[in-house]
Design a protein. Sequence first.
Length: 148
Amino acid sequence: MFRINRQTDYAIRVLLALAKQPQNKRISTSSIGKEMLIPPALLTRIVAQMAQAKLILAFPGRDGGLLLARPAEEINLREVVELMEGQFLLSECMLNQQECPFEGRCPVRKRWHRLQQVIVEELEKTNFKELALETEDLNSLGLIISDL
């Protein structure tokens, strides 16, 4: 079964929490952990990895916190998935066709390739500004529903 790992999910949550903030407003790592339900030990490791990849900026100290390294609309899901998981591949044959005993005659490989393209394109076009706006829409909808 193909699925993203827990650390990738947590990394996406961190970026989403930051994307929801006003531009240049720092937010503490602990606040993100509480809001996004991320265990502190994993959060520290994920934040370090994303800072090293220049997705976020980390400022130490009492007035420190985290910021997105670029505008939210310039960071997409593909970047995060590939940072945390490595290159996205549906099948090993996508990596090295020469290892396949059927080489270029395999009808399934063409489908894997098409599916992979669709998924990668969707990951690329999904940016964190869009996700943050969708979160706001869902939150406002939740307020409307609870008022009924």
